[in-house]
Design a protein. Structure first.
Length: 277
């Protein structure tokens, strides 16, 4: 067991070092003031003193479940429904505190984030939001995407915004004059969590989720019986987005679109040491 902890500590040291080196090489914002906007994606767990920056499609629903259990809001992660997690507002966000409260927590709590290979994360978000009925993403994003990028779109498609193709979604993503804004599900981790401004103590990866998550729980002294849930939160009968599935989606793009998608997530690839796909 000791050797396993040792290697996990080592992995953490390396991840944080790469992140910091990338920041100092490309970013000048080390001296910027941290504003409520920078911490708006950070969830607060006061009992075990944890700050968790939410990166969608990288285990965030299950992390919120874990934080709720740590906080005494539920006795087991199995008891918590998806809607309770995302719409129950049980967990406080860091931007809800005053200046002093924000800084006190940033300076004394364990700050962590979990990330995922950027292309896989993107495909996972696309499948979740556009390949299933969704009464927000279809009318808001779907309609705008179809009317801008689909030649001869049917009246029906323009009315519902359903059936967006991956290629169209990528056109929207790479369009400097996007018809609709960015969304947290496909924004850069760099933008969501400001890792060059906030010095995270722990960087977990979706690809080694179970090991990283349970190591983190060990580090903060969580109850022994609390382990990270294994279940897939949404569309659980569907296969998780794998490297193979991601390749199938990216095969639909032109080489230039693939390269530009990589450029779009370049900082995330670099900062979290993912190799170029």
């Amino acid at each position: 067991k000791n050797n396993k902890w040792k290697s996990l500590y080592q992995i953490q040291r390396e991840r944080k070092q790469i992140m910091r080196e990338t920041c100092s090489k490309y970013k000048s914002n080390n001296r910027r003031i941290i504003t409520p906007y920078h911490v708006s994606r950070i969830f607060v767990e006061d009992k075990y003193r944890v700050l968790y920056c939410e990166v969608p499609k990288a285990g965030c629903s299950n992390w919120k479940r874990v934080l709720m259990v740590l906080n005494g809001l539920a006795s087991s992660t199995k008891d918590i429904q998806h809607n309770t997690v995302h719409y129950g507002n049980y967990l406080k966000r860091l931007d809800g505190f005053d200046h002093k409260g924000i800084y006190h927590r940033l300076n004394t709590y364990t700050k962590m984030l979990f990330i995922r290979e950027p292309f896989e994360k993107l495909v996972s978000a696309f499948r979740d939001k556009f390949e299933h009925p969704n009464n927000y993403y279809h009318p808001v994003f779907g309609k705008a995407i179809i009317s801008r990028y689909r030649v001869n779109a049917t009246k029906e498609a323009l009315r519902t915004g359903s059936g967006v193709k991956f290629k169209e979604f990528i056109q929207y993503l790479l369009d400097v004059h996007r018809p609709v804004g960015m969304d947290i599900h496909w924004d850069h981790v760099n933008r969501l969590c400001s890792p060059c401004l906030i010095d995270y103590d722990f960087v977990g990866k979706f690809e080694s989720m179970e090991e990283d998550a349970n190591f983190f729980l060990h580090l903060i002294g969580a109850p022994q019986n609390l382990t990270f849930p294994k279940f897939k939160d949404r569309h659980s009968n569907e296969e998780r987005t794998t490297t193979k599935i991601t390749q199938q989606y990216f095969a639909q793009l032109s080489p230039s679109q693939r390269q530009r998608s990589y450029d779009f997530y370049y900082m995330d690839y670099l900062m979290f040491n993912y190799s170029k796909p």
